[in-house]
Each structure stands twice: as C-alpha cells, then as structure tokens.
Design a protein around this ligand. Structure first.
Ligand SMILES: C[S@@+](CC[C@H](N)C(=O)[O-])C[C@H]1O[C@@H](n2cnc3c(N)ncnc32)[C@H](O)[C@@H]1O
Length: 273
C-alpha cells in the first residue's frame, strides 16, 4: 500500500514544456540520425557535445544495484549503458517520439527497464526513490532549473547524487543567436541570463549565472562535489557544434558538468533536556 507521503500529485506541464515538447516531436528523427555516431560513443556512457567517456571523467559512483533516473533520456543511450552495469534504471522523457527511439535501442541492446513519459518539472515518483539522477543535456537544459533541481532533490535519497551536463554560462553570454555562432565578445547580460530563445524557433533553453546555480543547490540541500569544464581537444569535431564553435571551445568552456550530492536529513532536534 502507498503511504500518504508517497502520493505524487498529477503534474500539468508548463507552457514552456509544451513548446519544447513540440520542438522535440518535430526534430526527434533528424536529431537521432545526425548524432547517431556520437550517441553510441563509449557504448552510450559519454558526456556532453565532446562525448567524453565516463571512464575518463569518472563522475559516477558504482551503479550496481542502484536506482537510477535519467531525466530527458532521449533514445536512452546512458540508461542502456547503466542498466548493462547492473543499475535499476528508469528513463524519463516527455517526448513519445524519443521514447519510441529508446524502445528500439533497448530491443537491439537486449535490455529492459521502465520508460516514463512525463515532464521533469514534475517527476512522477515519490520522494527518496533514487540513488542517482543524471541528465546529459536532457531535461535540465530545456526546463527551468528552479523547478527541476528541487524535484531532483526530492526524489533523491540522502547521499544520492545528481550529475548533469549543461551549456556553460560563458557559452550563453557569447552566443550570437542571429548568426548562430559563438563570438569573442560578451553579447548578453550575464545577470539576466535565464531563458535562451532560439530566434528561429519558439522553443527555449535555460541558464543561470554560476552563483545562482550554487545558491539553488544549497537551497535544495545539495552539496557540490565537482564542476567539470571540458575543454575541446585540438581539432575536436562534434555533430552538435560547428567547427568554428569547436575552435572557440579550446579557449573558453562551452559546457559544464555538475556533480552534487544530497545531504543527509538533519537529525531530529531534541526538545527540552
Ligand atoms: C538534447 S536531448 C538529450 C537526450 C540524450 N542525452 C540524447 O542525447 O539523446 C534532450 C532530451 O530532453 C528531453 N526533454 C526536454 N525537456 C524535457 C522535460 N521538460 N521533461 C522531460 N524530457 C525533456 C527531450 O525530449 C530530449 O529527448
């Protein structure tokens, strides 16, 4: 029987989630085809636009027997890789088309785990359900961090870990949205960096200044363990970015990967003597 605290109220996706869902439904096929090689790098266990293998970055603890949630799993490359390592995985994405791709990849890989169609703004699981939540440019990029990070903190067990790859604030302030390229000037107001609109599309991405990321983690009871700022290798190529942007990323971090850990619940305070 479900305890009262286990009940999760049904969630209505925000207007932003509905707009971004329309984008992902439209581009799901093209995205999967264009990035097919990148998505299979290191058998799916690779981070960010440079696809740096997890075995090199070592961000994850041992996942054997752990409950893992991938937020915005897309075709579930990460989830498949972690299931193969013995994790009990759930892949969550709001896009039916992307989940269909995940099902296909799972069949090919001979791996089974639940796939959940939901928005990360309201994770349909009770509190303290997972040991690890990860997102590789997944829902944390496309949903407001002020809604997603508290949700992640809620579903994590004490000592559980949240690892996610995201564009860096450097990239955000230097991105010329009209020309769709990164430049050497700071174009956008760093302090007003919140919602990034692609000018050719009604979809949006999110960003926070570094200090606000830190404040948000602290407010949610998440302690920072690592902030990795991958540098593009010389002559790096990526199906996600142009060659010019790859050159830019030799000099400034184009992305960041946070690892934060949920603090244990404070011991109950004794009242009186
Ligand atoms: C750039 S892809 C990254 C996914 C995966 N790492 C990959 O490369 O296939 C972003 C994914 O996040 C999903 N997504 C975006 N916003 C979401 C939200 N609010 N809730 C759940 N999934 C979301 C999209 O449907 C898409 O599959």
């Amino acid at each position: 029987m479900r305890r009262r605290s286990d009940r999760v109220p049904p969630h209505r996706p925000s207007a932003v989630a509905r707009r971004n869902l329309a984008l992902w439904e439209r581009i799901a096929r093209e995205y999967e085809v264009r990035n097919a090689r990148a998505l299979r790098r290191a058998d799916g266990a690779a981070w960010g636009v440079w696809r740096i293998p997890e075995r090199q970055l070592r961000l994850l603890d041992d996942v054997r027997g752990r409950d893992v949630l991938e937020l915005g799993c897309g075709s579930a490359g990460w989830s498949i890789a972690l299931a193969r390592r013995g994790a009990r995985v759930v892949g969550l994405d709001f896009s039916p088309s992307r989940l269909a791709q995940a099902r296909q990849r799972m069949r090919r890989a001979g791996v089974e785990f639940p796939l959940v169609e939901a928005s990360a703004e309201g994770i349909p699981y009770p509190k303290a359900r997972f040991d690890l939540v990860l997102s590789d440019y997944g829902a944390t990029t496309f949903a407001d961090p002020n809604r997603v990070v508290p949700e992640v903190a809620r579903v994590l067990r004490p000592q559980g870990v949240f690892v996610f790859a995201h564009a860096s604030p450097f990239r955000t302030v230097a991105q010329d949205l009209r020309a769709d390229r990164l430049g050497r000037r700071l174009i956008h107001d760093y302090f007003r960096t919140r919602v990034i609109r692609d000018l050719s599309d009604p979809s949006v991405e999110f960003q926070l200044p570094y200090g606000e990321w830190v404040e948000l983690f602290v407010a949610c009871g998440l302690a920072i363990e690592r902030l990795v700022e991958p540098r593009a290798a010389a002559n790096a190529r990526s199906s996600y970015v142009s060659t010019a942007d790859a050159r830019w990323a030799r000099h400034w971090p184009s992305e960041m990967i946070w690892k934060v850990r949920k603090l244990p619940a404070p011991a109950p305070r004794k009242i009186g003597r």
